[in-house]
Design a protein around this ligand. Structure first.
Ligand code: B1M
Length: 214
């Protein structure tokens, strides 16, 4: 039953069917399915398939865009349910964004939702944000953690620029940096001197909790 719904959600993303994706998400919640499982086992599988079809030359840029829009349509239904389910505690302040030159927002936003759901105060500065913009947001919000998302092999060096800019601003010992995104690995995080790496939105919560306590 649940697998059937996950497959339908994935298919709606692959086909870029915004209304279907949203309607299926509503049905999934009505059926009592776990919103997080709908995201991970359904929508994300669909996004991965869209990415594969793009890499194989079967899909073009508009297909990527419409797939992303379908996922976002379903997330507008699922994310509030996710947040409502979680226990609240004040955990820490985070500035979260996607690095300069990178427009991928869905994974970053999901990380923000999970952090918020787990008691973090999240300042989401959006996509295509320079190191300077991350630092300005840290100063404004008094955050002790930066979360920098990057989805392109060409933009992951921007994560390193953020760490360097923090040092230049004299804030490196006060602000921890967590990096993530599909091409990011623990080895990359170690190489650039990031404090933490999270593979997905769930592990981002435990990594962030460790970093703000350290
Ligand atoms: Co783009 N894109 N894209 N794209 N896109 C990828 C990333 C790609 C792998 C597709 C492919 O070729 N197979 C490829 C990158 C190749 C590479 O560099 N290795 C690619 C490319 C090439 C491009 C363009 C260059 C295409 C072009 O123009 N020719 C272009 C670049 C634009 C730019 O950014 N400057 C481009 C554009 C786009 C759209 C804008 C059209 C669209 C994004 C729409 C949007 O975000 N509103 C898009 C999409 C949708 C994708 C794919 C299909 C899906 C990304 C996604 O949303 N996944 C993607 C292929 C793929 O990933 N399978 C692809 C779902 C999301 C939940 O997962 O973002 O990985 P993800 O986030 C996960 C984890 O990574 C992690 O947790 C999240 C949740 O579990 N995570 C973090 C993410 N950030 C984190 C931060 C953390 C911790 C964990 O701490 C701070």
């Amino acid at each position: 039953m649940s697998q059937e719904m996950f497959d339908k959600l994935a298919q709606a993303v692959v086909e870029g069917e915004l209304e279907d994706a949203e309607e299926l998400a509503k049905q999934a919640l009505e059926q009592g399915l776990d919103p997080l499982a709908c995201i991970n086992e359904g929508l994300t599988q669909g996004m991965d398939r869209v990415g594969e079809l793009f890499a194989e030359g079967e899909y073009y840029l508009p297909d990527l865009i419409i797939g992303g829009e379908a996922m976002k349509a379903a997330l507008t239904v699922l994310e509030p349910a996710l947040t409502g389910d979680q226990e609240r505690e004040v955990a820490g302040r985070v500035v979260l964004g996607t690095v300069e030159g990178d427009l991928h927002e869905i994974g970053k936003t999901l990380v923000g939702t999970m952090l918020t759901a787990n008691g973090f105060q999240v300042t989401d500065i959006g996509v295509d944000q320079s190191a300077t913009e991350f630092i300005a947001a840290v100063k404004e919000s008094n955050a002790t953690l930066i979360g920098a998302s990057a989805l392109l092999t060409t933009t992951i060096p921007e994560q390193q620029k953020i760490i360097e800019a923090l040092a230049e601003a004299g804030l490196r010992d006060k602000v921890k940096v967590m990096v993530g995104g599909a091409p990011v690995t623990q080895a990359w995080a170690d190489k650039i001197g990031a404090d933490g790496y999270a593979e997905d939105a769930i592990s981002a919560v435990s990594v962030a909790k460790k970093l703000v306590k350290a």
